[in-house]
Design a binder for this molecule. Structure first.
Ligand SMILES: Cc1cc2nc3c(=O)[nH]c(=O)nc-3n(C[C@H](O)[C@H](O)[C@H](O)COP(=O)(O)OP(=O)(O)OC[C@H]3O[C@@H](n4cnc5c(N)ncnc54)[C@H](O)[C@@H]3O)c2cc1C
Length: 377
């Protein structure tokens, strides 16, 4: 028997959970399906820390930051959970765009101040600062392991149906909607959804590929990489830690770097530090979950040189996926009955509730997403 559903959200990571919450708040009948169990660590949205780094200058992202700060507040109030630790974020290094960032944020009412590296070193002695330091006091750390269940719980309170251990194994775009085959322990169930919201992270191309190619539909290529930050043991218990991002210059001191470095304190686990978007390209269903040793050694060298507050020889590696478009901008668009939210790389989490709002707008025909996120760009 073919069940007919209103809106099916595919993927219970950050973006699917946010879309379900936003749609349920608008009284839509939502069914969220997730192939793995609650709290799984196989995608991109696990762990207890993500930086809310306000370091953007592009108007679309700055507008989303401002909206995001108030939506995170709303989610904290509605769920009764603290989701954002307001530790501030410091971005440092010879980065020419810091002035544009400071100007764009000031216009949006988000705080930004340049401070002298010596003053920064006094305030945050676990970090060795480099040339220019841009302090963003409204930044901090978000907690995915608390945020995802909170959004799903609030969606259920408003009538959403959340199904874990349910995998979409077939996806056909029809004239009257989308036909989905849902595989779970109970067997395979075929349903028709008036529309679907695809928030399948690293599996997006696998899910959409066949259905879209057969209809000549295109989305930007998505590169899935296995990223490997690490939690380093705190060596200086008295040091205060903001979130941090360190941008390299061209000098000899940046030799051996793979990319800018991001980091933060994860309570109970240490100081997280990682390269950005340079992990090996992987098939999300065939991952090693093992760190690439050369990059890891370079990360330890980074910690030895620039993070005096940690023990660079005592660490736990983390494994997680980035899904990245060629221009690193997200895909937020609607193609027929299919709404797509993909390509959030390593900078999507801070925007989660806003992405949910945009996907709900697309699903309800309320408003289009900003041009830079269009699938056909
Ligand atoms: C190491 C690391 C550090 C990061 N740091 C930051 C940071 O500091 N700040 C920041 O803003 N962002 C950060 N990010 C980025 C952020 O975490 C991601 O952009 C975000 O979590 C992506 O969420 P998602 O919902 O798109 O993907 P996912 O969480 O991967 O969700 C996709 C879900 O879809 C499910 N799925 C896929 N196919 C199917 C199917 N066929 N049927 C059913 N379910 C399916 C998957 O199981 C998965 O649960 C980081 C990411 C990583 C990996």
């Amino acid at each position: 028997m073919n069940t007919v559903l209103d809106t099916v959200v595919i993927g219970g990571g950050a973006m699917g959970s946010a879309a379900a919450w936003a749609l349920a708040r608008r009284g839509r009948q939502v069914t969220l399906v997730e192939q793995f169990g609650p709290g799984h660590t196989i995608g991109a949205s696990h762990g207890t820390t993500r930086n809310l780094n306000p370091g953007y200058h592009q108007p679309e992202y700055v507008a989303m930051l401002a909206e995001g700060l108030s939506l995170w507040d709303e989610l904290e109030q509605e769920s009764g959970e603290q989701l954002l630790a307001r530790t501030g974020v410091v971005n440092h290094g010879p980065e020419p765009r810091f002035a544009d960032v400071a100007a764009a944020l000031a216009q949006a009412g988000i705080r930004a101040e340049f401070i002298h590296p010596a003053e920064a070193a006094e305030r945050w002695r676990g970090i060795r600062f480099d040339q220019k330091v841009l302090h963003l006091p409204d930044g901090g750390q978000l907690n995915p392991d608390a945020a995802l269940p909170a959004m799903q719980r609030l969606a259920v309170v408003r009538g959403a149906d959340i199904r874990h251990h349910t995998r979409v194994v077939d996806f056909q775009v029809m004239d009257d909607g989308v036909r989905l085959a849902l595989e779970s322990a109970a067997g395979t169930d075929v349903v028709t959804a008036a529309q679907v919201v695809v928030t399948a992270g690293g599996w997006t191309e696998k899910l959409l590929g066949g259905a879209f190619n057969s209809r000549g539909l295109r989305i930007p290529r998505l590169r899935v990489t296995q990223e490997q930050p690490a939690h380093f043991r705190v060596a200086d218990p008295g040091a205060q830690w903001p979130g941090f991002n360190h941008y390299p210059g061209t000098g000899a001191e940046y030799k051996g770097w793979y990319s800018p470095v991001y980091g933060m304190q994860t309570p109970g686990e240490g100081i997280k530090a990682g390269w950005h978007g340079v992990g090996p390209v992987v098939d999300p269903d065939r991952r090693s979950f093992q760190p690439e040793p050369v990059q890891l050694a370079a990360l330890q060298e980074y910690a030895r040189t620039w993070l005096p507050g940690v023990d660079a020889d005592s660490f736990e590696a983390v494994s997680c996926t980035y899904t990245t478009t060629p221009d690193e901008d997200f895909i937020l668009d609607r193609i027929g009955p299919v709404v797509i939210g993909a390509g959030f790389s390593g900078h999507g989490f801070k925007f989660t509730p806003v992405i949910g709002r945009i996907l709900a707008d697309l699903a309800t025909g309320t408003r289009d997403a900003p041009e830079i996120f269009r699938a056909g760009r």
